[in-house]
Ligand binder design. Structure first.
Ligand SMILES: *[C@@H]1O[C@H](CO)[C@@H](O)[C@H](O)[C@H]1NC(C)=O
Ligand SMILES: *[C@@H]1O[C@H](CO)[C@@H](O)[C@H](O)[C@H]1NC(C)=O
Ligand SMILES: *[C@@H]1O[C@H](CO)[C@@H](O)[C@H](O)[C@H]1NC(C)=O
Ligand SMILES: *[C@@H]1O[C@H](CO)[C@@H](O)[C@H](O)[C@H]1NC(C)=O
Length: 451
């Protein structure tokens, strides 16, 4: 055999091997397709293309179940009947460039619970999807340029992966991105001005990462409206943390290590929601939450707050929901909530504290109560005068206290539409009196089971 023939044969042989190897490695082998989660409508014995197994008519959502180590070139292309396509728990390790294309009606593509470690460049090129879900994989790197040409993408889910950092500009070409979920990774810092080229970005979820110091420069030139930083290692925020977040409406800092809220951080911000539960806050400056024109909800539950300061929330006229559950308050000052009186129906949660004494002055001026929750405290005495100023009380919850019997005229004591008194050491006689009152006032609900 001449060398030339030999070489030709070798080339031919290699080519043949390659073809057989490729055809042996089909994408879908014993894989089932579901329309709902109930039962599969088709099983693919062996094929490299999904299209021919899909229903011919339009269908909302298809889930692909079964082992798929690699999504090969042309395996998920030319599909115009499916809106949502989910690959779930397939052990998928790689998506080859060219695997996805011409997905005309598709709005969401999901690879939840798979084993992707990176995103190959060009894989998602020119898809018109709105949502891309890559949560619960093992993605550790995203090359710059891997996520581009997704002109309609509004939500990107990258939660629960293994990202330690993100390159500057990695999402820069996602012009319509509104929601970015990067929770559950190991990110400890982000580049300066990381969000500057995401003009539509509104919601950023960074919970369950390793963020310690949040440099305000990260947010420079962003338009973020909602920022979730829960379950990180944040111990404090700088005075000017919000300087580059002028559009922010809500901040979530739950499950961090914040010990104090000084003044100067939150004042004059346009936030309507502040969540700092499950931290170690024992001190809040008297002016910490003053002058917040839009603040409506504040969540301070599960901290170490010992004293409620009635001067908090000065000139913060819209606040009406106050969550103070599971702190260490033993008493409430007179006119405790004097700064929270406005036309809205108020919601104050004080359950799980150690409050002992309530007096007619505690809730003085309190007019409009949707929900006053004092469950699991140490209140011994409840009196007809305690909510005398209230025109409306919908829910009054006094369960699990030390009340033996409320005092005074029951028509006043039970002025709330719903009063809960169970799990108190009510006397038998008291329970009898309450039951009798209840029969004459069927439009009020009073729970007072004898314990
Ligand atoms: C196909 O997959 C099902 C479960 O998804 C399994 O029970 C069955 O043994 C597989 N069949 C073959 C031929 O591998
Ligand atoms: C994929 O990841 C899951 C969860 O991390 C793991 O249990 C499984 O063994 C992995 N599968 C493959 C094929 O690597
Ligand atoms: C953080 O992880 C915990 C435990 O997995 C989970 O319950 C919680 O919802 C996560 N929080 C965020 C903000 O992702
Ligand atoms: C509470 O009671 C008042 C009068 O007793 C009634 O007009 C109102 O509709 C009730 N509200 C609710 C939420 O039950």
């Amino acid at each position: 055999m001449s060398l030339k023939t030999h070489l030709l044969l070798t080339v031919y042989w290699l080519f043949f091997l390659n073809i057989t190897a490729k055809s042996a490695e089909v994408t879908f082998k014993n894989v089932s397709l579901f329309k709902s989660r109930v039962s599969p409508f088709a099983t693919i014995p062996s094929s490299n293309t999904l299209k021919e197994y899909l229903p011919k008519e339009n269908v909302f959502s298809i889930t692909v179940v079964g082992e798929i180590p690699v999504l090969r070139k042309n395996s998920v292309t030319d599909i115009s009947t499916v809106k949502i396509l989910e690959f779930m728990g397939n052990g998928l390790k790689e998506i080859e460039p060219g695997a996805l294309g011409n997905l005309h009606r598709m709005i969401k593509l999901s690879f939840n619970h798979n084993n992707l470690t990176t995103i190959n460049e060009d894989v998602f090129d020119n898809l018109q999807i709105h949502d891309l879900d890559l949560e619960d994989n093992q993605i550790a790197t995203i090359p710059s340029g891997a996520l581009k040409n997704l002109p309609q993408l509004t939500t990107l889910y990258l939660g629960n992966n293994q990202l330690r950092s993100l390159d500057d500009g990695v999402f820069d070409r996602l012009d319509n991105l509104e929601n970015l979920v990067i929770s559950g990774n190991s990110i400890s810092t982000l580049p300066e001005k990381f969000f500057r080229n995401m003009p539509k970005l509104k919601m950023v979820f960074l919970g369950n990462n390793s963020l310690k110091k949040m440099r305000k420069e990260i947010f420079q030139d962003s338009k973020i409206e909602y920022l979730d930083l829960s379950s990180n290692d944040i111990a404090s925020l700088s005075d000017d943390f919000f300087q580059h977040l002028p559009h922010l409406r809500g901040i979530v800092l739950n499950h961090n290590h914040i010990t104090a809220v000084p003044k100067g951080i939150f004042n004059h911000q346009n936030l309507d929601q502040v969540q700092i539960t499950h931290n170690e806050i024992s001190s809040i400056d008297p002016e910490a939450f003053d002058d917040m024109p839009k603040l409506a909800n504040i969540y301070l539950s599960s901290n170490k707050i010992k004293v409620y300061n009635p001067n908090w929330f000065h000139n913060t006229p819209n606040i009406f929901r106050l969550f103070l559950s599971y702190n260490q308050m033993e008493e409430l000052p007179d006119e405790a909530f004097k700064n929270i009186y406005n036309h809205k129906k108020q919601w104050i949660k004080l359950d799980g504290n150690k409050i002992k004494n309530v007096t007619p002055r505690t809730f003085k001026g309190f007019k409009n109560i949707l929900n006053l929750n004092l469950v699991h405290n140490e209140i011994e005495k409840w009196d007809e005068n305690f909510l005398a100023d209230a025109d409306v009380v919908i829910y009054l919850n006094l369960q699990d206290n030390k009340i033996t019997c409320p005092e005074g005229n029951f028509d006043e004591v039970f002025k709330a539409n719903f009063t809960y008194l169970s799990f108190n050491p009510l006397t038998k006689e008291c329970v009898g009196k309450i039951k009798e009152w209840r029969t004459q006032n069927p439009n009020r609900v009073v729970s007072a089971e004898y314990v």
